[in-house]
Design a protein around this ligand. Structure first.
Ligand code: ATP
Ligand code: MG
Length: 423
């Protein structure tokens, strides 16, 4: 007999073979219930004293939660069972028993704290809520790919090991590379630029490592970014692309993951898009008495933007030049750099890049960086490199915000933070 997924079983008649895990058991003396779960759903298996094979009835009282079992039985309509059908078991076979007690509670009502859940992620992944997060993240990734492919962008893979810093800054993880030193990439910035200057529209899902010692609920030391870069484009062009891209992804999640959103109690709407200059934000924050630094947004300012423009991807444009990295195109005192804010948090930075070697050298020096360390990068713009622009959106950030999770660690399978390197 072939295995049937639980979700499909509801549409079937007669006998089925199901494989899954023990979600719960209940003993009402005359009747014993097993709630069986697999990745597609749950079904009630019902044993009746006197009717069900005595050995199976006995076993129904001795199943440890989260054990993997195989059940063969007959489907029957039931007005009381969730989903309107129950399974009357002919056989139950233990595939892999879960030890008792479990190190964490993986049920729907789990109160186990996040660190302990993360220590036992293999078991935490049995929980419907945790599964919902990663099913949705998979849909986000698929949505990103679908959207980009429709835009005729080309997906690219870039090296994770680099010989020198790609962004300037000091927050890199260093490692040995034979006789040399290497670093873990903090962004694929320089590579995606080089690629866009021939392939025109490129995208990547890229892992970044940041050695910053922050210990916040919105930073990881290893994170994933949805990267995009386009040739013959400026900041305005790529912001427009990101706005549509985010709307496309959110709509896909709403359409394809209603049960998962429900189980996370997440209320998701397709966001609006708004453009506002940094100078305008400064004015507003002054009026609203929200403090912010001269060349950056504060966390409070980001939250205020959400309050003023709810459910909106707000692009803060014309960013002061002093507040952006060396490769962002200057525009007088300001730059062609931007940040995107959604639900009170930065989800992305982007902008038009400098494609003029002399200007790049000047900006590197202004940032107290040595142009010699960036020679191959600068040289790549000497041979027909057109103006280009792009952005990077944090995958775990948008997962967290979409689902209203309190901690970004919930939105990554195996988080890497200041303390955590296992599992
Ligand atoms: P932040 O100001 O929030 O620390 P950043 O400006 O340092 O972020 P960027 O280099 O602009 O980050 O990276 C682009 C996007 O990648 C960010 O907007 C964010 O969504 C995500 N991101 C950056 N750093 C992290 C991190 N440490 N953990 C999780 N996501 C991150
Ligand atoms: Mg940023």
């Amino acid at each position: 007999m072939e295995r049937t997924m639980i979700k499909e079983a509801f549409a079937k008649e007669g006998k089925v073979l199901l494989k899954g895990w023990v979600h719960d058991t209940r003993d009402l003396k005359k009747v014993r219930f097993l709630v069986l779960k697999d990745i597609s759903g749950r079904i009630q298996v019902t044993g009746v004293n006197g009717k069900t094979d005595p050995k199976i009835f006995e076993l129904l009282d001795n199943l440890n939660r989260e054990s993997a079992v195989e059940v063969i039985g007959k489907l029957q309509e039931s007005s009381q069972a969730p989903g309107g059908k129950e399974l009357l078991p002919d056989s139950i076979t233990m595939i892999a028993e879960a030890k008792n007690p479990l190190p964490i509670d993986a049920s729907d009502y789990s109160k186990t704290e996040l660190p302990l859940r993360l220590d036992n992620r293999f078991l935490d992944l049995h929980s419907t809520r945790t599964q919902a997060i990663f099913k949705i993240q998979s849909t986000i990734l698929q949505g990103y790919r679908d959207f980009m492919i429709k835009e005729n962008a080309i997906e690219a893979m870039f090296p994770a090991l680099i010989g020198s810093s790609s962004e300037g800054g000091t927050d890199l993880f260093k490692t040995k590379y034979f006789e040399k030193e290497a670093y873990l990439s903090q962004s694929c910035q320089l590579y995606k630029q080089m690629l866009a200057c021939s392939m025109e529209k490129v995208f990547a899902i890229f892992t970044v490592w940041r050695a910053e010692k922050h210990n916040t609920t919105r930073h990881l030391n290893e994170a994933r970014q949805l990267d995009y870069e386009e040739a013959f484009a400026d900041d305005k062009k790529v912001m427009e692309v990101m706005g549509r891209c985010m709307q496309f992804i959110v709509k896909k999640v709403i359409d394809e993951r209603p049960e998962e959103l429900e189980s996370l109690k997440a209320k998701l709407e397709v966001p609006k898009v708004k453009y506002i200059t940094f100078a305008e934000v400064k004015e507003i924050m002054k009026k609203e008495k929200v403090k912010m630094p001269a060349h950056d947004l504060s966390g409070d300012a980001e939250k205020k933007l959400e309050e003023l423009y709810p459910n909106t991807i707000t692009f803060v444009t014309e960013w002061p030049l002093a507040g952006k990295t060396f490769y962002i195109m200057p525009d007088g005192e300001n730059s062609k750099g931007f940040d995107a804010i959604w639900k009170g948090m930065e989800i992305s930075s982007g902008g038009q890049r400098i494609h003029i070697p002399e200007l790049l050298e000047e900006r590197l020096k202004a940032h107290k960086l040595n142009p010699k360390d960036f020679k191959s990068y600068i040289d790549s713009f000497r041979f027909g490199a057109p103006p280009h622009a792009g952005w990077g959106v944090g995958l775990e950030r948008i997962t967290m915000l979409m689902l209203g999770l309190d901690n970004i660690r919930e939105a990554v399978l195996f988080p890497r933070d200041r303390e955590r390197l296992t599992p």
